[in-house]
Design a protein around this ligand. Structure first.
Ligand code: GRG
Length: 288
């Protein structure tokens, strides 16, 4: 893969810093009442996530000729939704994980009830952010409504939450390829697809939207397949994963094929889409 590690790493660091700075300023301080809740929200939000979804959002905005600053609040909102999903996913009633982002999970630190509420508050903060002052001067009401609709649909029962339910509801049955594909495209893919579409919307993209949507779908699925492959090389149970149903080698090949197709999809966008090309390579080549 033609990936310039130094350029990409600088790009990612710059965008990640902008997202983190925005989020630090936006979220109520840990001392703000109710302090326990704000502490818990900030604990998971600043535990060291890669920020890949907001960075993809900013890159999609650039790819259609928009200034990334326009998309920054929405990109930050996407990270709020993502962090909520991780907190809830780690709960005893779901995956029951002790560690996330290299640190004890939210419920291990603050207890189940506070973790549920921290997740709830992060999810609602995402929509308050998009509807609030942060985007009022730079984005029309109509576009903001479209962003809210994209994010709500991707996060909800027809997207991430629906995929999560399918993932936890299978109770030891043997998976079919179609079932695993549904889980991946919904649980993980929907929010990544929305990150791209929201960035493109805010950048003023119209004719590019279909191509970017296809790119987002392929990169979203590739992201989860790579995650499965990394897990399969570790000690995780692989039953309901791509390696579990089609094998490790075929999963790696499938991620590579999706990457190539995603590049093909955005070929007409020219040099402005170079960050998206590099980020696609980052998604399929990452080691964590
Ligand atoms: C509980 C509503 C609800 C949804 C959960 C995203 C999700 C749906 C669950 C997380 C569990 C998981 C491992 C999902 C696969 C997607 C994935 C690899 C998430 C981790 O995303 P990264 O790698 O994490 O971007 P960081 O920490 O870098 O943000």
């Amino acid at each position: 893969m033609d990936i310039d590690q130094q350029v990409l790493s600088r790009y990612i660091t710059k965008r990640r810093t902008a997202v983190n700075r925005f989020l630090r300023a936006y979220l109520p301080a840990a001392s703000c009442n109710p302090s326990l809740l704000h502490k818990a929200m900030r604990y998971s939000l600043f535990a060291g996530g890669k920020r890949i979804r907001p960075i993809l959002c900013l890159a999609a905005c650039e790819a259609v000729g928009g200034k990334p600053e326009i998309a920054l609040p929405a990109a930050a909102a996407i990270e709020l939704v993502h962090t909520y999903s991780l907190i809830h996913d780690d709960l005893p009633a779901m995956d029951n994980d002790d560690y996330r982002r290299g640190k004890p999970t939210n419920h291990k630190m603050f207890g189940d009830a506070t973790a549920i509420l921290a997740g709830d508050a992060l999810l609602t903060a995402a929509f308050t952010l998009i509807a609030g002052q942060e985007m009022a001067n730079s984005v029309t009401h109509k576009t903001r409504l479209s962003v809210i609709s994209e994010l709500g649909t991707a996060a909800g029962s027809l997207g991430m939450v629906g995929g999560q339910l399918a993932d936890i509801a299978h109770n030891g049955q043997k998976p079919t390829f179609k079932q695993v594909q549904y889980i991946h495209t919904h649980k993980t893919g929907a929010l990544i697809r929305a990150s791209i579409r929201i960035g493109a919307l805010l950048g003023g993209g119209v004719t590019e939207m279909a191509a970017l949507t296809r790119y987002g779908e392929k990169i979203g699925l590739a992201f989860q397949i790579v995650d499965d492959v990394l897990d399969a090389k570790g000690t995780h149970n692989t039953d309901w994963t791509y390696p579990g149903v089609i094998g490790l080698r075929a999963s790696e090949a499938e991620a590579g094929r999706l990457y190539q197709e995603a590049l093909h999809d955005i070929k007409p966008l020219g040099p402005a889409a170079e960050p998206l090309r590099q980020l696609a390579a980052f998604v399929v080549e990452r080691k964590k």
